[in-house]
Write a new protein. Structure first.
Length: 128
């Protein structure tokens, strides 16, 4: 049984002050996510970064956990996508090899250069 998924959009009406505040919060949380990813790439476990990030970036534990879960989801998605891409590339390589084999079977036999050279010399009218 498949479930239906619905997507809704809305526009919120904000005051100028609220809009500025919201943009600043988005910048902060985005920067925290990028820093967290950089630390992940350096080999740090995301969970071990919590206390340092709370102090350094001035975010709440709830915000940290949300960012960490979002980042873990993105990383898992990319890893899964890599597996699919590898399988797709392997299939493309297999098909290309099959095409090459098919074309090699159709290819005319090679004519030796000496045979071509002899015919050219025989047909050359300047050698009389």
């Amino acid at each position: 049984m498949t479930s239906m998924m619905f997507t809704y959009q809305t526009r919120i009406v904000l005051s100028q002050e609220d809009e500025v505040l919201l943009k600043e919060m988005a910048k902060l949380l985005s920067r925290v996510e990028r820093c967290m990813f950089a630390d992940y790439c350096k080999g740090h476990a995301l969970g071990s970064l919590k206390s340092g990030y709370l102090k350094e970036h001035g975010i709440t534990a709830r915000q940290f956990n949300a960012i960490r879960m979002q980042l873990e989801g993105k990383i898992a998605s990319i890893k899964e996508k890599e597996k699919e891409q590898i399988a797709s590339d392997q299939e493309s390589i297999r098909k290309t090899r099959k095409t090459i084999q098919r074309l090699e079977k159709k290819r005319l036999p090679k004519i030796s250069f000496s045979f071509i050279e002899k015919n050219a010399l025989c047909n050359d009218s300047s050698i009389d």
